[in-house]
Design a binder for this molecule. Structure first.
Ligand code: GLU
Length: 323
């Protein structure tokens, strides 16, 4: 490593350490999701952050950045990637690409729109995506395919499915079953409702650390950049489109507000994690379990806001001399 890149690494580490130290003192941390009982057991004081810059590939990690947490809806980015690899553009006959403006588990739009979910990042959309991944496979194999992708992208074979979280989701997943039943009634589900939701719950129950998640996001951050860290099997066009969906649909019905405040594509999960990407520059993961009223990590969002303000990162125009 050159002196310049060492210095850059140190500056970024100091910045992230400072953000983590300041937010650790916050008393207003949001509410940990409790509709999945296993998630309610997570300590709300946890806080982790990791950034992998494209130019060095060297991870900057702070706080609880090496503690695994339930990635929940962040898995929707990876499951969409896998489904697109499997069936390509045909996927878009079964799920749309518009922001929903409704909560992540809402059923009302599905009825108006005849069982075709608004986008792949709300629960109904991800359930269809799980159905696509599962076609011709058992729920176990469809889960292993996702786990394999996450491990490959994270360069880490220790990524795992948290069986306690998966069981907890299965025991309390009436609403997700209702979404699946409704889509089955409209002819937009091929597998059995129980098999499809089991696959979906397993995908949501994958546990990763911020370091693993930020590393996994490099296939997006590096889209079109031919460097070693990029996974060549996911082409740049596809990665760019995934990021467009993250920007417009990645934060449930707060996606517009998030674009306004943060300005880079991201996907959140009710486990309190957020994966965010500054294309061509860095992949970022943050975790703070307390959520705001829309289901997004309260302090995770604050951390990203402080990060982009300090670095000048935004897809709407970068301020280069700040980072
Ligand atoms: N497994 C969660 C559910 O289906 C995912 C929700 C989320 O993270 O948005 O409710």
């Amino acid at each position: 490593m050159s002196e310049a890149s060492d210095a850059k690494h140190r500056r970024l580490q100091e910045l992230v350490d400072d953000i983590v130290a300041r937010l650790a003192k916050e008393t207003e941390r949001g509410e940990v999701a409790d509709y999945i009982p296993e998630l309610a057991k997570v300590d709300p004081n946890r806080f982790g952050m990791a950034i992998v810059p494209v130019d060095t590939g060297r991870a900057v990690v702070a706080g609880d950045g090496d503690v695994p947490f339930s990635i929940q809806s962040i898995s929707k980015v990876f499951s969409l990637t896998l489904a697109l690899e499997k069936v390509g553009e045909a996927l878009w006959k079964r799920v749309n690409r518009e922001p929903s403006g409704d909560p992540f588990n809402s059923i009302v739009q599905l009825e108006y729109e005849k069982g075709v979910p608004r986008n792949p990042f709300i629960n109904a959309g991800a359930i269809v995506v799980a159905d696509v991944i599962m076609e011709g496979l058992s729920p176990k194999d469809a889960t292993n395919d996702m786990l394999g992708l996450c491990r490959r992208l994270a360069h880490d074979g220790s990524v795992y499915v948290d069986r306690n979280v998966a069981r907890s989701e299965r025991l309390t997943g009436a609403r997700n079953r209702a979404l699946a039943q409704f889509m089955a009634a409209e002819g937009n589900l091929r597998g059995s409702v129980e098999d499809v939701v089991t696959t979906y719950f397993n995908h949501c129950s994958i546990a990763m650390t911020c370091r693993q998640l930020a590393t996994a996001g490099m296939y997006l951050a590096c889209a079109g950049i031919p460097i070693g860290a990029t996974d060549a099997s996911i082409n740049a066009d596809r990665a760019r489109r995934l990021m467009a969906l993250m920007m417009t649909c990645g934060q449930y019905d707060a996606s517009g507000e998030f674009a306004f405040r943060i300005g880079i594509p991201s996907k959140s999960g009710v486990g309190g994690g957020i994966l965010a990407v500054m294309p061509g520059v860095a992949s970022i993961a943050v975790w703070s379990p307390g959520l705001d009223a829309k289901g997004n990590s309260l302090l995770g969002t604050r951390a990203l806001e402080e990060l982009v303000r300090a670095t000048g990162w935004s897809v709407f125009g970068r301020i280069p001399d700040r980072d």
